[in-house]
Write a protein that binds this ligand. Sequence first.
Ligand code: DGL
Length: 273
Amino acid sequence: MGETDRNSPIGVFDSGVGGLTVVKELMEQLPNERIIYYGDTARVPYGNKSRETVIRYSREIADFLCEQNVKAIVVACNTASALALDELNKSVDVPIIGVVKPGARAAADVSRKGKIGVIATRATVNSGIYEAYLKGKRPEIEVFAKACPLFVPLVEEGLTDDPITDSIIHMYLDELLEKGIDSLVLGCTHYPLLKDSIARAVGKDVTLVNPAYETARSFKALLEEKGLLCESGSRSGNEFYVSDSPDQFRNFAGNVLSISIGAEDVKVKAFAG
Ligand code: DGL
């Protein structure tokens, strides 16, 4: 890569709004980088779709980001990272990172007893990818994975701190607590937004691992290693693309994540099918 490439934007994508939790971490840890974000709001959720479909969608988006001359890509969606990252690695020319590996690595590092809970979409849980990475790092680890499909709509409805959400958290997580987990991976983009409620439910003996935070750290290290860190710059100029409902996207960013995005900064770019 030439000298100018380090000042190109980074590409980030997700099935919808959830990847903004990763954007928030990227903005904090890499304040000089300009971000081009794609949220596939017309085709969300990915979490109950087949591997083939998630790979097809992810390829379309990664190609689109490459057309915008991004210097590297963050797959800010656990489901797309679980099902499509290997395929994208084969077809995309720029460095690309997903959220699963950084999250799994951090969990393996923090777990004292080696009993780790993983909560995610059905597709991510069924892929077994967190378990594979965790056991690859520490073979003695026991993994207890649980799909929590109701968490995504609860977060999107703004019910991050609500008695209804508390009871659903217990419905999903009590069985993991009974297994004696000592750490819990929040393996879906939306779940870090439930961190406080989940922490209340699981108690202080269970360490929560946020893959969004870990991914931003790993991505920074990757850019450093490749000589691709931006020399200077500012956050202004970030661009957001969605496949549908730009206003809903902006509202979510503002209300739930305190990321303020101007109306003119969200464009609609849809793919056929
Ligand atoms: N972004 C997805 C993930 O992190 C959650 C929403 C969906 O199912 O598409 O797995």
